[in-house]
Ligand binder design. Structure first.
Ligand code: TRP
Length: 331
């Protein structure tokens, strides 16, 4: 059976972009067709300035939202990265396979480091080694497929390179994974800045719909989305990115094709109104389930405990094999 692994970083509140771009598909498709693991990657949240209480809170919230979005602990494994030691154990071995040049070439590192240095700050060493830990997340489980957004494909490529290199040097140990992005991935952009992704860590509130926003707040954010000059509703991501984003959001929520949907609108106002309602409708069941789950924190804890146990069982043999292959004396 195909093994699927993906992770979500608890560095901010989860957004409509996380849901339409990833989580919904994990729940509707991946958990049914594969042996799938979904991980709240809390160790990755420590690579930038962080507040311990906030990371703890966001980790619990992300796990709860994964379940609220429809991940079924009977069908897939939902767990927290730091609960399974194998990630950190394997990460060190992979640091002995990766080179520092490889790390410094990672686009995300270069961008974040440049931003930090421009502010006169420093970056944590773990930000540089982050892709190695991510490779460990993936390789520990014999993962075949990693469903991620485009911004993560370079990191999955690195995981592939490290798997191939390790296998070549020390004998076949790892499955070589590949990134998958669904053909019709919804790429939800920031409502105030449609040139950039609706990311959870950007924290520029008005352009980002959070899964836990009240419906009234969600409506306001969509109604205030920037649109483009012009009057007619056409789907043109290059020239009319704001309108295209609204059409894509509407299409992702209701099904359908953004270019076709454009034909049924004669004003931006009507499009915004429908998009706002569609978003509120799509998030309603997630919010309701989230509320139920919050009323029963013991249940979520138990799911995470069982998930960690199962993940550990899956990862342990591969990581032990890697320790032996690389030349470490068995305990
Ligand atoms: N780096 C990913 C992100 O920022 C999160 C992540 C960490 C991940 N480990 C992973 C994704 C392993 C897929 C597989 O979104």
């Amino acid at each position: 059976m195909t093994r699927v692994f993906s992770g979500i970083k608890p560095t901010g509140h989860l957004t409509l972009g996380n849901y339409l771009g990833a989580m919904r598909r994990w729940a509707e498709v991946d958990q049914h067709r594969a042996d799938a693991l979904f991980c709240v990657v809390d160790l990755h949240a420590l690579t930038v300035d962080h507040d311990p209480a906030r990371v703890r809170r966001l980790s619990r919230q992300a796990a709860t939202l994964l379940l609220a979005a429809g991940l079924d602990p009977e069908r897939c494994t939902v767990f927290v990265q730091s609960h399974v030691d194998e990630h950190a154990r394997l990460s060190y071995l992979l640091e002995c396979v990766a080179t520092d040049g490889e790390m410094r070439r990672m686009i995300q590192y270069k961008e974040k480091a440049a931003r930090e240095q421009a502010r006169g700050g420093s970056v944590r060493l773990s930000l540089l080694t982050y892709p190695v830990l991510m490779a460990a997340d993936i390789l520990a489980y014999g993962t075949d497929e990693v469903p991620v957004g485009d911004d993560q494909t370079q990191h999955v490529e690195l995981a592939r390179d490290l798997a191939v290199r390790f296998n070549h040097r020390y004998g076949h140990t790892f499955t070589v994974p590949k990134a998958t992005s669904p053909a019709v991935a919804a790429r939800v952009m920031n409502l105030q800045d449609p040139a950039s992704k609706m990311g959870k860590s950007d924290d520029s509130g008005p352009g980002i719909v959070y899964l836990l926003d009240e419906p009234e707040v969600t409506r306001k954010k969509v109604m205030r989305a920037v649109t483009d000059s012009g009057q007619d509703v056409v789907y043109d991501p290059q020239e009319r990115p704001g309108v295209a984003n609204l059409l894509e959001i509407l299409a992702a929520c209701e099904g359908g094709d953004p270019a076709e949907l454009a034909g049924s609108y004669h004003s931006y106002g009507a499009l915004k109104k429908d998009a706002a309602e569609a978003v509120v409708d799509v998030l309603r069941p997630v919010r309701e389930r989230h509320r139920e789950l919050c009323a029963d924190p013991g249940y979520v804890e138990e799911v995470l405990r069982a998930g960690a146990r199962r993940a550990r069982e899956r990862a342990r043999p591969t990581v032990d094999a890697a320790y032996r292959a690389i030349g470490l004396l068995p305990a």
